[in-house]
Design a protein around this ligand. Structure first.
Ligand SMILES: [Ca+2]
Length: 310
């Protein structure tokens, strides 16, 4: 399906309609400790690698290896992340690179999670993904950056677009070499939503999407940045994804299946993107951290939640 978008200036832009997929839940696992997930990748056939930011205050950032069969942590380490808020994680030749939210560093870890190297990283760290000899990285704006994986030098920065509009806040990223019949797709959680957007890694225009609605508890505060969906790891052998969220108590394995018939998904995504444009006009904060971080611990479940009375 093709559509034309007419902008206020009178310029017509030809924008392809993205393909909608439906995320079918195959299984769920405990998300041990319900951490503030910022990066999630496949480490090996039996293991995920996950980073967590230091939120709520008083907790430490960490990097850990998670058993894909049980959800339990096999190994976890905070020592290399002292005074940093860990963000996205991406594979490098001899280990894993973690970017930081607001301390402008990229930290390289060995497979045993020992810190090997610190490099300067001059952007706010959000999503991070490895693709060949490149990294893709986001900073909370509509900008997608392509960096040299060797030097971290910026090679290109362009806006992510979908259905004729710019899309800000692409968060945890996942590069899939060949997805469905779409070729390479760069996926990302859209911040403060349950949308996962797939974009063409050359043009940064959306080619597909799916929703994580219905996975686990869905809280009203997700639109404030608390309990948001974040974390996507692709498993090429099964062509499935592991997904989770910040402070989620579960992880889910999902299989995206193409929707054969048109549904309301495209219209809902368009509405969300347009509403985000209005939000940015009002200069709402785009911080990685929840907007009203007054947390209460539920005495019954011992889970952290936002104070509803605020
Ligand atoms: Ca990922």
């Amino acid at each position: 399906m093709q559509r034309w978008f007419i902008f206020a200036a009178g310029v017509a832009v030809h924008a392809a309609e993205p393909r909608e997929f439906r995320a079918r839940q195959l299984r769920k696992l405990p998300h041990e400790g319900a951490p503030f997930t910022q990066g999630l990748e496949l480490f090996d056939d039996d293991t995920l690698i996950e980073t967590s930011g230091s939120y709520p205050p008083g907790t430490a950032s960490f990097i850990r290896l998670v058993d894909l069969h049980t959800g339990r942590a096999k190994r976890s380490d905070s020592s290399g992340l002292t005074n940093h808020f860990a963000e996205g994680v991406a594979k490098v030749e001899d280990g894993w690179m973690v970017i930081t939210y607001d301390t402008y560093k990229a930290l390289k870890f060995a497979p045993d999670l020992q810190l090997l190297e610190k490099k300067d990283y001059p952007w706010e760290g959000w999503g991070f993904a490895h693709a060949g000899d490149k990294f893709f990285a986001t900073d909370g704006t509509e900008k997608m950056m392509r960096l040299s994986s060797e030097s971290l030098a910026l090679e290109e920065a362009k806006p992510v677009t979908c259905m004729g509009a710019k899309v800000a806040g692409m968060n945890e990223l996942e590069y899939v070499e060949d997805f469905a019949d779409l070729g390479p797709v760069l996926f990302g959680n859209l911040y403060r939503s349950r949308w996962v957007l797939g974009i063409d890694p050359k043009t940064y225009e959306c080619t597909c999407f799916f929703s994580l609605d219905g996975l686990g508890d869905q809280l009203g505060q997700e639109k404030l940045g608390f309990h948001v969906a974040n974390g996507i790891a692709y498993m090429p052998k099964s062509k499935t994804f592991m997904v989770t969220g910040k402070n989620w108590e579960e992880m889910f394995e999902i299989l995206p299946r193409p929707r054969e018939r048109s549904s309301a998904g495209g219209a809902a995504l368009r509405h969300w993107i347009q509403s985000q444009e209005q939000v940015s006009l009002l200069e709402m904060p785009r911080s990685q951290l929840p907007r009203s971080p007054r947390l209460l611990r539920n005495p019954r479940t011992s889970r952290l939640d936002v104070d509803e009375g605020r």
